[in-house]
Each structure stands twice: as C-alpha cells, then as structure tokens.
Design a protein around this ligand. Sequence first.
Ligand code: ATP
Ligand code: MG
Length: 322
Amino acid sequence: MATIKNSLEGTMETESLSNLCDVQDSVEEASRQLAFFFPNFDKNKTDQKAERTLALIRPSLLKERRDSIMQRIRDDGFEIAMQKEIILSEKQVCEFYKEHKNEDYFPALLEQMTSGPTLILALTRENAVAHWRGLLGPTALEEAKEDPNSLRALYAVDSSPINQLHGSSTTDDAQKELEFFFPQEHTLAVIKPAAAKEHKDDIMQKVKDAGFTISKIKEEALTRDMVAHFYKDHEGKSFFGDLLSSMTEGPSVIMVLSKENAVEEWRQLMGPTDPEEAKNISPESIRAQFAQDILSNAVHGSSTKQQALENIQYIFGEIDID
Ligand code: ATP
Ligand code: MG
C-alpha cells in the first residue's frame, strides 16, 4: 500500500546516510524504539478501550432524518473520530460490496448507494464494533422490523427496500473498511534539536493525543547535508546558514507519522512558522507552546504528500510503512 518504491540510488551521499540507515521496518519496531526513548509514553492515560468501527448512513436516510440519526449515535456513547460525506461511484460500491455482488438484492443496494450522498463515519467507543452491530439489528429489513427497537427498523425509509445503516461485522472488517474510506497518509515530522532537548515528552504527548500512529522513529543528529536536502527550497535565503546550524546542533527526533490526512493535520498541529503568529491564531499548536523563535520553531513537517514521500525515503530508505 504505502510502499515507497523508488530506489534511493543517486539521491544522497552514502556517507551522510550510513548512520541513519539502520532502517526499522515495522510499526512494532517503531513501538519498541518509542518505548526506549520515551519510557512514559504509554503510561499516560488514554482511552485504551476505545475501539473503532465504520458506519454508513445511506442516502435516503441521510436526506430525510440526518439530525435524528446523528443525535441517536451520540446518545449511544459513540464519538465521531472521522467523517466524510460523498456520493459513491458505482465502482466504489461494487468494490466495497464485492462479496454481495451476486445476491438478489445487489441491484437495489447499488441503486440506493449511488442515489445521493452517503455519510461515512468512523465511530469510537468501548466495544464499538459489537455495540453498533447490536443496535442495528438484523440485516434483512423484514427481519429487522420484527425488532421494532433496532435502528434498522427505527430508521427504515419507506421509499427503499434496503436497510439504511451499515456497520462493520468484526474488528478485522472494521479495520479494512476504515482503511477503504479513510486511507492512511504519511508525513515526515522532526522535533528540532532545541525542542528535543527541552520539550520532547510534551510534544510526543501532543502527537499521541492527536491520534497519529508513529510508524518510524529515531533520535539522532541530522547532518548539514540532510538539512540542506530538507530545506533545499530555502537555499540562498538570509536565514539559511542559521537554519543549518540550529538544525544540526544536537539530536533531533525524526518520525514518520501516519494518519488519514497526516500531512495537513501535522502542519495544523505544528502551527504557523512564526511562534508569535502561532500564539495569536493557534494557541494550542506546538509552535505556540514550545517554539523559541521563528528559527528555532520546535518542529518540522513536510509541506506536501510528495515532499513527505521523498523525505521519508531519504531518511528511512525504501520502506513499507504498513
Ligand atoms: P518547516 O519547513 O520547518 O516545517 P514551515 O514549512 O512552517 O517549517 P518554511 O517557510 O518551510 O516554514 O521554513 C523552514 C524553516 O526555516 C522554518 O521552520 C524556520 O526554522 C526557518 N525560517 C523560516 N522563515 C524564517 C525567518 N524569516 N527567519 C528565520 N528562520 C526562518
Ligand atoms: Mg517548510
């Protein structure tokens, strides 16, 4: 999936890479590294029991009773971790429901699913998969109607023979379905030397609270060559020399962060380049809270997906993040 395929040949000087090349090639290894560098990282309280499931609110229900079903979802203790509203293409529906393609009801399902926007939700709560399935009731609408309290009965729509709510059947399915609608993205994040020295744990906590998966992590000093590579667009600017010095003055924490929309979300969490601006417009951001000044501004993040891929490959080599 997210294999970074291009070879590294010719993209860097081998010498500067040699000490960075002990590539860890699994998330488990990243977790071990994380536990080593940040022994308290996992002891902080987060909701260990929260589980995620995928819910779909089909077009007819969404059009007719959106507010009611959304309220019901919240009343049942679910949080909406991610959502998007899209008109699914025939291709997407066929792919998502490929196991149902030969069933009698498939044409009606296809018709319903492409008839307007579907609301796609990543729901979290304790035991989310089983709980949401339990609330939905039986798959076949006729059977669901025998249980008048089931959500599929309560939210049936006269105009459609198709149940109006979907939920993943197992945690494995949930994982696959979430990945289908909310594919992971990866970005390169660096905690710059000054911040790595002073605020590492606080910054790592913010990374975690924001829900990023740390797919790779290492702590070491960047070389001038590496920094010049990251910031090649800034070569020639007045601050370029200072940037090279400040970025190489000590160990940095270098990470691959993974999440849906990771590039943009990490930039939002970093905040604006200038910490004074960050304090004004984004006081919860990392730069607002932990940056010294516009130069030593705590963190770096890729600007685009393309830049992220290129720099992840540059630092970690040809890797398969997933
Ligand atoms: P980054 O690329 O580090 O994630 P950014 O994309 O917000 O930050 P850029 O414009 O790409 O900001 O600048 C790269 C880095 O150069 C900044 O993070 C900062 O360390 C430094 N820098 C940028 N502008 C200035 C400036 N006017 N004076 C001093 N240093 C600056
Ligand atoms: Mg930048």
